[in-house]
Structure formats: C-alpha cells, structure tokens
Design a protein around this ligand. Structure first.
Ligand SMILES: *[C@@H]1O[C@H](CO)[C@@H](O)[C@H](O)[C@H]1NC(C)=O
Ligand SMILES: *[C@@H]1O[C@H](CO)[C@@H](O)[C@H](O)[C@H]1NC(C)=O
Length: 202
C-alpha cells in the first residue's frame, strides 16, 4: 500500500483540505487529504491505559438502502478517543466516493426524539443546538478525506447534555456517526459507535 501526500496542514483556522489548492473554511479541525487507495482498521489507535476508545465503520444509511435504486459509493471509519480529564478527540475518515458532503455528527439513536445530535464532528458547531452545513459542500471521487478535531464538554453541552450522559449512551451502543449529504440530508453513510469495554475512565 503506497501512502503519499500525507497531511496538508491548512492553518489552524481552516481545516478541510481536499488538495493543496482547495481549502474550505469554517471547519475548526485539523484535517488532511490522502490519496491512499486502501484503509484498514489497524489504523485505529491503540488506546493507552485509562483511555476510552469508541469506533465505528461507516456504511450506507437506511435512507439509502431503503430507497429503491439508492446507492452510495461512500464508506469510512471513525473513532472517538477520550483521555481522562481531556483531551478528547474525534477522527473520521471518508473513503470511496461521495458527492456534496455537508456535515457529520454523532447522533443518539432515539426515533421518538428524532435521533438528535450529541456531538458535531465537522464542520465545527459553535452555538447551542445549531448544526452548520459546509458551504459549499465538498465532493471527492477517490481517495480519503479525514477530519480530526479536539472537543470537550462544551461541544456536548451545545446539544443539551453532558459527558456522563454521553458516555452512558456510548456504553449502551446508542450513539452512531452520521455523514450528511445534499442527496441524503438525513444521512448517507453511518455506523454505530462501539466502545471498547469497560468504556469507563479507569
Ligand atoms: C427517547 O427520547 C424521548 C424524548 O426525549 C424520551 O422520552 C425517551 O425516554 C427516550 N428513549 C430512551 C430509550 O431513552
Ligand atoms: C472547550 O474548548 C473551547 C475551545 O478551546 C474553550 O473555549 C472552552 O472553554 C472549553 N470548555 C471546557 C468545558 O473546557
């Protein structure tokens, strides 16, 4: 597997870089674009003792699979890593191809409550309860788009909850990562977060 074109660090104020010349603003996250053709689960970090790690594989959302003729070329994987007392990080890697990606979040699997957001992944959310769409959305045909960001309790507080509640949902397998696109505003690819047992700070 050849991996080249590693991190193209757009400055801290920017974040999503699709190529050296294309950077979209509005995402307060470190990110990078690589042209590797493969991704592997082994890229998940090893969680140091006392660190909490939750991972998810991203695949076609039910809105896609239940739509006759619905199809997505997108895949990906994602993780949340929490060190006791911080820092907390989120990482998401999109592979395959996707058109017009607008945003990604961690949601609570609760249809009654309309599967509400519990943490923003990209672009960054900076006001309570206010999802932000990338403008313009981005598309990619091959390769990988990755986003990594640090987050804290403020980011969870934007969605009316706190870290204890968030971790309880995580332990119960009630959180999933959802990537929204213009074609599938409710989510085109998604995956349930699985938290490594015991999913508690040691
Ligand atoms: C889902 O959300 C509703 C409305 O907020 C709440 O009443 C209900 O208890 C939640 N379901 C679960 C399983 O927590
Ligand atoms: C979270 O991080 C933001 C940005 O760095 C900071 O302004 C805020 O005070 C932090 N919140 C907590 C609860 O640490």
């Amino acid at each position: 597997m050849t991996r080249h074109a590693s991190k193209l660090g757009c400055a801290a104020l920017l974040a999503l870089c699709l190529s050296a010349s294309v950077c979209l603003s509005g995402v307060a996250a470190k990110s990078s674009y690589t042209k590797s053709s493969k991704s592997s689960k082994s890229e998940y970090p090893r969680a140091p003792p006392g660190t909490l790690l939750a991972t998810a594989e991203l695949k076609a959302a039910s809105a896609v699979t239940s739509n006759p003729g619905g199809i997505t070329g997108g895949k990906g994987f994602t993780y949340l890593m929490l060190t006791k007392g911080g820092p907390y990080t989120s990482y998401i890697k999109l592979t395959g191809k996707l058109r017009q990606v607008t945003m990604a979040h961690v949601h609570w699997k609760n249809a009654t409550a309309k599967n509400p957001i519990r943490l923003g992944l990209f672009p960054s959310v900076t006001a309570p309860g206010t999802p932000v769409l990338l403008n313009p959305p981005f598309s990619y045909n091959k390769g990988e788009v990755t986003f990594e960001r640090a987050w804290n309790e403020t980011d969870i507080g934007y969605w009316g909850t706190n870290l204890d509640t968030f971790l309880a949902l995580l332990r119960n397998g009630e959180l999933y990562v959802n990537v929204h696109t213009v074609t599938y505003p409710g989510g085109e690819i998604q995956g349930t977060l699985k938290c490594k047992s015991p999913c508690r700070f040691q």
